[in-house]
Design a binder for this molecule. Structure first.
Ligand SMILES: [Zn+2]
Length: 87
């Protein structure tokens, strides 16, 4: 199920919601009643194992499907310090 991130336009509180496509988007901040805007971030397209899909990574990836990192709680994905690997 996709995870959507919203930001309140009034208090700038970030809200993460796991919704089905059929569910209506959140529009109201639960804290202040302000308008929520959907945030399009890199959340959801973070590749597990850096360089796994990148051509410039020459280091041989272990072919055995090692379980990537201990399952992080979904909430951690919402941290503002999402490092998008540019280049
Ligand atoms: Zn708010």
């Amino acid at each position: 199920m996709p995870t959507y991130e919203y930001e309140c336009q009034v208090c700038h509180e970030r809200v993460e919601a796991v919704q089905r496509f059929s569910e209506p988007a959140l529009t109201t901040c639960s804290s202040c009643g302000g308008e929520l805007r959907k945030v399009f971030s890199a959340v959801g397209i973070v590749f597990k194992g850096s360089g796994f899909y990148k051509n410039d990574s020459r280091s041989p990836a272990p072919s055995s499907s090692t379980p990537a990192a201990p399952a992080a709680p979904a909430a951690s994905a919402a941290s503002p310090s999402v490092t998008t690997t540019s280049e």
